[in-house]
Design a protein around this ligand. Structure first.
Ligand SMILES: *Cc1c(COP(=O)(O)O)cnc(C)c1O
Length: 398
């Protein structure tokens, strides 16, 4: 049976969930550019430019910096499977979904995982890592999530980086919801392996996972006794494709590379510090507005890119999200794990982090909550948002 569905025509949404974020027209146009061969000299030039810009956004000189084919989770697997040989010991910090995923991935590649757990919403205390390193001195890799998208927790890394290096280990960081929105100084902190995804603060469609490895990490990978367990994600082979040799490994997703290149170009045009400051400003406004609505933040150290708040008692989480989508075209995220039905996750990532979106979500939430019988002072949320940053900063963002 031949099926006819008509022309594809998805609705334009306002993406304020845990990712994907809004994609600018400039990036969408890049996706629609002509597909060329993946060994075409023009494409090789585009790969080079993409790598150079990735290094700037990662704030690193690492030679081994590239975009792995696949989403953020492929970046996670690439970092784990290259650094870990079966039987290697690894500490994984778990305070949400993505720390839990890293532990699962590490175990699948044969790591002996010594997990450190803390309550969802809290960050890992460096002392926990210091203690675990004393207990397990053979630890090779310490894995931690910088921006835990499931809880909105922003993990400080400075002290942890020092502890890991003092132990001789390798620090592996998940920067999926921080790269391009929050400072991720790879060389400044001496992070040995880091991965991200295109659809969060880089504001590209999902499909590529930027990764970077320090020279020290690359040495360790080249000195492995066993082959990397994953063929597809083997950096020792990918390096010859992304490097000057251009040895065919697998066909890169050409048009996604165009999109990433354009998104990185936009980040550098805006300026990385300016972009980080924009995320801070919009977060402060949103936070003040949400708190004026009586909504409380879950994490003690909140990300600027992802705002996780408790659903107020007596309010049906799903009803509110459904109305946001149907009446306002806004997508926000639901709670995961222990926060299922109990949290809203509001993303302000990349192109989605705008005054316009802050105003829209606050007005929409105010209107829906008041319909549901919540008693509110009309307009209080927006004035709280503006007062949080002062009129002059507010005016600059318009
Ligand atoms: C989204 C996310 C991932 C996984 O990325 P996918 O693109 O969904 O595979 C990993 N870690 C964090 C912190 C994330 O937010």
């Amino acid at each position: 049976m031949a099926a006819h569905f008509g022309q594809l025509d998805p609705t334009q949404r306002v993406l304020m969930g845990p990712g994907p974020s809004d994609v600018s027209l400039r990036v969408l146009r890049a996706l629609a550019a002509p597909t060329i061969g993946h060994l075409d000299p023009e494409y090789l030039q585009i790969m080079d430019e993409t790598r150079q810009m990735l290094r700037q956004v990662f704030q690193t000189n690492n030679e081994m910096t590239m975009a792995v084919s696949g989403t953020g989770s492929a970046g996670m697997e690439a970092c784990v499977c290259n650094l870990i040989e079966p039987g290697d010991e690894m500490i994984v910090c778990v305070n949400g979904v993505f720390g839990g995923r890293m532990k699962d991935v590490a175990e699948r590649y044969g790591a002996v995982v010594h997990a450190i757990e803390t309550n969802w919403g809290n960050v890992i205390d460096p002392q926990q890592i210091a203690d675990q390193l004393v207990k397990f001195p053979r630890t090779k890799v310490v894995g931690i999530v910088h921006a835990e998208t499931s809880t909105g927790a922003h993990q400080p890394l400075d002290e942890i980086a020092k502890l890991v290096h003092a132990s001789g280990g390798y620090l592996l960081v998940d920067a999926v919801t921080s790269l391009g929105g929050i400072d991720v100084p790879i060389d400044g902190l001496g992070i040995d392996a880091c991965y991200s995804g295109t659809q969060k603060c880089l504001s590209c469609p999902p499909g590529l996972a930027p990764v970077t490895f320090s020279a020290r990490a690359v040495d360790a990978i080249m000195a492995r006794k066993s082959k990397v367990t994953s063929w597809y994600l083997d950096v020792t082979m990918l390096k010859n494709y992304w490097g000057s040799d251009r040895v065919y490994h697998h066909t890169a997703p050409i048009n996604m590379t165009y999109a990433l290149r354009e998104a990185l170009q936009m980040i550098l045009e805006e300026g990385l510090p300016q972009r980080i400051a924009r995320h801070e400003l919009n977060h402060r406004m949103l936070r003040a507005g949400l708190e004026a609505l009586g909504l409380n933040y879950i994490p003690d150290h909140s990300l600027t890119t992802l705002n996780a708040v408790h659903v107020p008692a007596g309010v049906d989480d799903a009803v509110v999200r459904k109305r946001l989508l149907n009446e306002y075209n806004i997508e926000i995220g639901a709670g995961l794990g222990p926060f299922k039905g109990k949290a809203w996750r509001i993303g302000l990532m990349g192109s989605s982090s705008t005054l316009q979106n802050v105003t829209l979500i606050l007005s929409a939430l105010e209107s829906i909550l008041s319909d549901l019988g919540y008693s509110l002072t009309p307009g209080a949320t927006l004035s709280a948002a503006r007062n949080a940053v002062g009129l002059s900063a507010y005016a600059q963002t318009v």
